[in-house]
Design a protein around this ligand. Structure first.
Ligand code: DC
Length: 219
């Protein structure tokens, strides 16, 4: 198999995939794909009563991804909808929608189109197993449910959203179960993925390990 210049970062909710992907993209000047946000966009547009079949076209024509210093912002017709997309309500709906073949099939090509010769960091659940099977480097980032819930708690609190720790743990556990037990593209490390358990690590530790892997296998 010819390997393409893609680094995949898969793993469960709140494992720190997004932060790692953004940092690596910044350091190595790579394009970035936050595939979870595409599933969240489906949830967002369905809430607006937009027909499921019209959503791929809207994503292709009216959605823009903008990399800022520390974030990846998403605009819909110039309106910044990033915070709306990151709510727990949208996350739960996105997880439900992600088990539909129609949604996964439509998003496959949209996701592949993020690849350019500049190279790409793609984070999600099935980047290394399905969408970019031919990626040069695959990472599977995980952590215990308690550690992930704590990180999500602090993140939501910082954004001024109301949070409740037991509810957050229950939500994450339920989503883990759904994401890993669904029939289509279940959450699993690819056979050739490097598994990193970040339960006792800082983001800086994870970045350091990833930079070493990039030097060994990507560059
Ligand atoms: O990474 P996230 O929390 O933004 O993802 C939201 C939901 O989308 C997640 O619960 C499962 C789904 N998802 C998926 O099925 N496949 C991906 N590659 C990315 C996300």
């Amino acid at each position: 198999m010819d390997r393409i210049n893609v680094i995949t970062v898969d793993g469960p909710s709140a494992s720190g995939k997004g932060s790692l992907a953004r940092k690596i993209a910044q350091i190595f000047d790579l394009a970035i794909l936050d595939s979870g946000s595409l599933y969240r966009l489906y949830a967002f547009f369905l809430e607006k009563d937009i027909d499921l079949r019209s959503i791929p076209k809207i994503i292709k024509t009216n959605i823009e991804f903008k990399i800022t210093q520390n974030d990846l912002r998403i605009t819909y017709l110039k309106d910044d909808i990033t915070d709306k997309l990151r709510s727990e309500k949208i996350a739960v709906k996105a997880s439900e929608l992600s088990s539909l073949a129609e949604v996964r099939d439509a998003l496959f090509d949209i996701q592949r189109a993020f690849y350019t010769h500049k190279g790409l960091v793609a984070d999600g659940r099935d980047m290394g197993t399905v969408v970019f099977k031919d990626a040069k480097l695959k990472i599977y980032l995980t952590a215990t449910v308690e550690v992930r819930a704590r990180r999500r708690y602090l993140e939501l609190q910082k954004r001024g959203q109301e949070v409740n720790m037991p509810a957050l743990i229950a939500d994450i556990e339920q989503r883990d179960l759904k994401d890993s037990s669904r029939e289509l593209s279940p959450l699993l490390p690819a056979d050739d993925a490097h598994v990193i358990d970040s339960s006792d690590m800082s983001l800086e530790d994870v970045i350091k390990i990833t930079k070493n892997l990039i030097k060994e296998e990507y560059i």
